[in-house]
Ligand binder design. Structure first.
Ligand code: COA
Length: 154
């Protein structure tokens, strides 16, 4: 998927990773909830933690990528592509045959990012963000209301 080789670590404690986790999801409360059952991973490149992802069990062989983020200074260099590849490998190691990931209707870059990695649009959770987040979210001049759910068969 990418030439960048990341060192992936499973993490028990999110304390040093909050800045990264909050890049992908503005709600600390929602993150804390999915970290209870989710598995958190950090990624190092050239001795620096450059990204995180969280895998959350949906069923026996189905996992959701709940959070994926690359530090702002490392974005746009192929790290996200390598991290998405690492999340798929970690999912396979957990027995996943199917992965899901959701992003907002306003997250134009992320809609491109997942499709370039082979994810397909599967469904839309209407009003997911308006119902689950206290503050309105705007990106690219668009209110983030609905969640677009992508799936990938592994
Ligand atoms: C989304 C994110 C993980 C992408 O990481 P990245 O390191 O910038 O992405 P890469 O440089 O590896 O790009 C991978 C591919 O996605 C494409 N892509 C990434 N961001 C894009 C954008 N804003 N618009 C269009 N395409 C984009 C790249 O062009 C590249 O395509 P290629 O495979 O043809 O070369 C990163 O921007 C990020 O952490 N954003 C903040 C957190 C976030 O929004 N997480 C996702 C929540 S749903």
């Amino acid at each position: 998927m990418s030439d960048i080789e990341l060192d992936i670590e499973a993490e028990d404690d999110a304390t040093h990773l909050w800045d990264l986790l909050l890049l992908a999801d503005p709600s600390q409360k929602m993150i804390e909830e999915y970290l209870e059952e989710g598995k958190l991973y950090s990624a190092m490149w050239e001795s620096v933690i450059v990204g995180v992802f969280v895998l959350y069990p949906l069923g026996e062989d189905s996992w959701e990528l709940k959070n994926i983020a690359v530090s702002e200074e490392w974005q746009g260099k192929g790290v996200g592509k390598a991290l998405l590849g690492a999340s798929i490998t970690a999912g396979r190691d957990l027995g996943a045959k199917h992965m899901e990931v959701g992003t907002g209707n306003s997250s134009i870059g992320q809609l491109a990012f997942y499709q370039k990695a082979g994810f397909r649009m599967a469904r839309i959770a209407k009003n997911f963000f308006t119902l689950n987040y206290d503050e309105p979210i705007y990106e690219n001049g668009i209110q983030c209301r609905d969640m677009v759910i992508f799936t990938l068969d592994l």
